[in-house]
Ligand binder design. Structure first.
Ligand code: H2U
Ligand code: ZN
Length: 341
C-alpha cells in the first residue's frame, strides 16, 4: 500500500460500501487526553431508578428482586407484535407494515456497575442472555438486534447497566447492507469478509484487545474517533452458535475492551454498541460473520465529543485522529484495573 497516512485520504468501508475522509494533518498539535478527575460512579442502588430490583417501572409494574440478568418487555415498545399500519406501494410515498418485539435487558442488579466492572461470570451471563434472546426471537423474526445505549451523551435514559433487544419481521437497513456486502465479498474472493479482516488485523497496529478466539480493532475505515469492531477469529454466523468456551473468551475480551474505554478518559465511556449476525431467513449464511460494533462519541476527554455534523451530514464522515493512533491510545489504557477499583 502506498498510502501516506499523514496526508489527507479517504478510506473505504467494505461492510457498508461507504467512505470516510481522514485528515490527519489537522492533528498537528501533540495529542494529550485531558486528564480530568474521574467521574463519580452511581450508587449500587438508586430508589428512583426504574430498573433497580424491587422498584416500580413507569408503567406501574414492579421489577422482581432479581439477582442476575433480568429481561422484561419494553413498556414503551417501538414495535408492535401484531403489525399494523397501512402499506403503500405508491412510488413516492412508499411504506410497509413493520412488526416486532422490544425488550429491555438489565445486565446486573447493581445500579453502579457497568460491563467493565462486572465479574467475568456475570458478563458471561449477559452473553448467554443475548444468545438466548436471539435464538428465541430468531425463531419468529428475521432480524434480532441486540444493542446497548450507554451514557447520557448517547441519549441513554438511565445509568443502570442495561441494553435492549428489538426483533423485527424485516431485516433493517444496516444489517441488510452488511448482508449484501458480505455476500458479494464471498462470491468475489471465496472467503468471508470479516474472517479475512480478523486474520489481517490480528498482528497489526489497529488491535485494541485480542485473545485466542476474539479480536477488537479500530477498523481501518472507522468513522467515530474510538470506534471498534469486535470480531470472532473463527467462523460463526450468529450468537446462539457460540460454544461455551467461546462465550467465556468473549466475556474476557468484552471486559478488557470496556475497561480500556473507561480508563482512556477516566469516565464511564459512553457508546452505542450492538451485535450483527446472519438474519434468520432461508438460504445459506456462510458469507456472514457475527460481530459487534462499538460507536463511542468521545474525542478528546470525558466531555469533548465528536460531532457528526456539517460535512459529515452533507458529504461523508470525516476524522482527524487516525484509526492507528486511536488504537494506540486505547492500547495504552489499562485493560486489567478499572480506574474506579
Ligand atoms: P435506553 O437504553 O435508551 O435508556 O432506553 C431504556 C428503555 O427502557 C427505553 O426503551 C424503557 C424505555 O422505553 N423503559 C421501560 O420499558 N420501562 C420503564 O419504566 C422506563 C423505561
Ligand atoms: Zn438502578
Amino acid at each position: 500500500m502506498t498510502l501516506d497516512p499523514a496526508r489527507p485520504h479517504r478510506r473505504y468501508n467494505p461492510l457498508t460500501g461507504g467512505w470516510v475522509q481522514v485528515s490527519p494533518q489537522r492533528m498537528g498539535r501533540p495529542w494529550q487526553g485531558e486528564v480530568s478527575a474521574p467521574d463519580p460512579l452511581p450508587p449500587a442502588y438508586d430508589p428512583a431508578c426504574y430498573l433497580c430490583p424491587g422498584n416500580a417501572r413507569v408503567g406501574g409494574e414492579a421489577n422482581p428482586p432479581y439477582e442476575g440478568v433480568y429481561v422484561f418487555a419494553n413498556d414503551f415498545a417501538a414495535l408492535a407484535d401484531a403489525p399494523g399500519g397501512a402499506a403503500s406501494d405508491d412510488p413516492l410515498l412508499r411504506a410497509e407494515a413493520s412488526g416486532g418485539v422490544c425488550r429491555v435487558i438489565c445486565f446486573s442488579p447493581d445500579h453502579g456497575r457497568s460491563l467493565p466492572r462486572l465479574a467475568p461470570p456475570q458478563i458471561r451471563a449477559v452473553i448467554d442472555t443475548w444468545a438466548d434472546q436471539t435464538a428465541e426471537l430468531g425463531a419468529r423474526f428475521a432480524h434480532v438486534q441486540v444493542f446497548e445505549n450507554k451514557g447520557a451523551m448517547m441519549g441513554c435514559s438511565n445509568p443502570h447497566p442495561h441494553g435492549q433487544v428489538w426483533a423485527t419481521a424485516h431485516v433493517p437497513q444496516e444489517p441488510a447492507q452488511e448482508d449484501a456486502m458480505q455476500r458479494a465479498w464471498l462470491a468475489e474472493h471465496g472467503r468471508p469478509l470479516l474472517l479475512e479482516v480478523a486474520e489481517r488485523e490480528a498482528e497489526g497496529e489497529r488491535v485494541v484487545a485480542i485473545n485466542d478466539d476474539w479480536l477488537a480493532v479500530v477498523p481501518f475505515w472507522a468513522a467515530w474517533p474510538f470506534e471498534t469492531l469486535l470480531l470472532p477469529r473463527f467462523p460463526v454466523a450468529r450468537m446462539p452458535d457460540l460454544a461455551p468456551g467461546q462465550r467465556d473468551s468473549l466475556a474476557a475480551i468484552l471486559k478488557a475492551l470496556a475497561t480500556r474505554y473507561d480508563n482512556l478518559f477516566r469516565t464511564s465511556f459512553p457508546y452505542s454498541m450492538g451485535w450483527h449476525g446472519a438474519p434468520f431467513v432461508e438460504g445459506p449464511s456462510d458469507h456472514w460473520q457475527l460481530h459487534a460494533h462499538f460507536y463511542p462519541p468521545l474525542l478528546r476527554s470525558a466531555s469533548v465529543r465528536k460531532f457528526m455534523v456539517g460535512y459529515e451530514m452533507l458529504a461523508e464522515p470525516q476524522r482527524d485522529l487516525t484509526p492507528e493512533r486511536a488504537a494506540q491510545m486505547l492500547r495504552s489504557a489499562d485493560a486489567l484495573v478499572h480506574y474506579a477499583d
